[in-house]
Write a protein that binds this ligand. Structure first.
Ligand SMILES: [Zn+2]
Ligand SMILES: [Zn+2]
Length: 142
């Protein structure tokens, strides 16, 4: 896969198949958002569609994350759609300190360096998430 410079909001999203009803709803909310969303913000947007229980949203987020369609940003406690094909363990994000812009990028060197170290420790890795903080090109230019 080629290194990606497309940011959230600009890549061509294909609606994944095989999702549960609530996972579809949550995916649509995230796809329509230019920014990462917190669980309660997703819940807010789904109230009109009859989703009222936070657990419903949490379960859908968990399902989508397990299937590799979204990522959780721990630093922001928010969720974004994955812009890669299929699940991947090593995840790298550029997180702007000034605006809420988050861009998922593929840095092969990160994966290439992490995986042997994890294997050498016989560690069963689930996720390696790197949040690179700074200013996006829009904010840096201001
Ligand atoms: Zn991803
Ligand atoms: Zn910015």
């Amino acid at each position: 896969m080629a290194s990606s410079t497309t940011g959230a909001g600009s890549f061509d999203r294909k609606h994944p198949t095989g999702l549960l009803k609530n996972e579809n709803l949550v995916w649509d909310v995230l796809a329509a958002s230019k920014e990462p969303l917190k669980a309660y913000e997703i819940l807010d947007q789904l109230k009109e569609q009859g989703v009222r229980a936070p657990m419903t949203v949490y379960r859908a987020l968990e399902g989508l994350e397990t299937k590799g369609h979204i990522h959780k940003l721990d630093g922001l406690n928010a969720f974004v759609l994955c812009n890669h094909e299929g699940p991947h363990m090593v995840q790298t994000f550029l997180v702007c300190d000034r605006c809420s812009n988050v861009e998922e990028v593929e840095v092969r060197a990160v994966a290439a360096d992490i995986e042997p170290a994890v294997r050498a420790a016989a560690f069963d890795m689930h996720t390696a998430r790197l949040e690179i903080k700074g200013n996006c090109n829009h904010c840096a230019a201001v």
